[in-house]
Design a binder for this molecule. Structure first.
Ligand SMILES: [Fe+2]
Ligand SMILES: [Fe+2]
Length: 281
């Protein structure tokens, strides 16, 4: 038996500022036709969902209407930025409580034939914020007790760019401290797969013995030269097939009618990314 998982990411929707809502509606119309077994969302549901507004609810309505089992991990625009990243709207216990109340658990374990998927809230990894100690223990137990299943770790930000021992601090990747906390919890257990979103690019790379696949955004890319190219700057989603023998396939899907928004041409959304200079968007 194989399970089809549609993996979407980075919707960035809002009822008041609906720059990317049409893309979400187009994507979900497509998914209603595709009928995946499970919908996986790697975060940034809201445009500013970390603030107290209707952004998270706006995205959730579409998920519920789809009528398939959904698994979601929060993004920095859902619970706030990791405390290691200065200057941004940071995660706090109030934002975490709101996310958990509106969206649901920010840690989960999903068993499929041959596979165990574990979703974590990497925006609090390695912090004293509410829930991380339990998540680290939950991840450790889930990895240890998976009884021969292949392990997939699901989080919002890529665990690393190219190396786990990279000490550079960048808002694009899990901070060195967050990465260490996650790897410590995994201990000797190496995930076959690490699935994420956040950079708004598609990438498929091998790091530390795991295959790391970044989902493309549903909302926008940041065009050249404003953001470096790590992979492909595409708008779409991923189709995963998880097989009972522990193997897996993934492919990038594009959707007719999705608008290829470029944040560099939309300063009214998050400010003028071109003002930060090439490579800094
Ligand atoms: Fe995003
Ligand atoms: Fe993000």
């Amino acid at each position: 038996m194989s399970v089809r998982v549609a993996h979407i990411s980075d919707l960035h929707v809002s009822p008041e500022r609906p720059f990317f809502n049409a893309n979400m509606e187009r994507l979900f119309a497509h998914l209603r036709g595709e009928r995946p077994d499970i919908l996986l969302n790697t975060g940034d549901l809201g445009l500013f969902g970390e603030r107290d507004n209707g952004d998270l609810g706006c995205a959730l309505a579409q998920h519920r209407e789809l009528g398939v089992e959904c698994r979601i991990v929060p993004g920095n625009h859902d619970v706030g930025e990791h405390p290691d990243i200065a200057g941004a709207d940071q995660v706090n216990d109030e934002r975490l409580a709101r996310y958990r109340r509106v969206v649901g658990p920010d840690f989960w374990v999903l068993d499929l034939p041959g596979w165990r998927l574990v979703g974590i809230d990497a925006l609090i990894a390695g912090t004293m914020l509410s829930g991380w100690a339990e998540q680290a223990e939950g991840l450790r137990r889930a990895a240890e007790g998976r009884a021969g299943r292949s392990l997939a770790l699901v989080l919002h930000k890529p665990l690393a760019d190219e190396r786990y021992d990279d000490e550079a601090l960048s808002p694009r990747f899990s901070s060195p401290g967050a990465r260490r906390a996650i790897l410590d919890a995994l201990g000797p257990h190496c995930p076959a797969l690490v699935l994420c979103g956040h950079v708004h690019q598609y990438r498929d790379a091998a790091i530390g013995g795991s295959r790391h696949i970044w989902a493309p955004p549903a909302s926008f890319v940041i065009g050249d030269p404003w953001q470096p190219s790590y992979g492909g700057k595409a708008v779409g989603y991923l189709d995963h097939v998880f097989h009972a023998d522990g193997s897996h396939e993934a492919r990038l899907r594009t959707v007719r009618g999705l608008v290829h928004n470029d944040l560099a041409t939309l300063p009214q959304v998050y400010g003028d990314v071109t003002a930060r200079g090439p490579g800094n968007g």
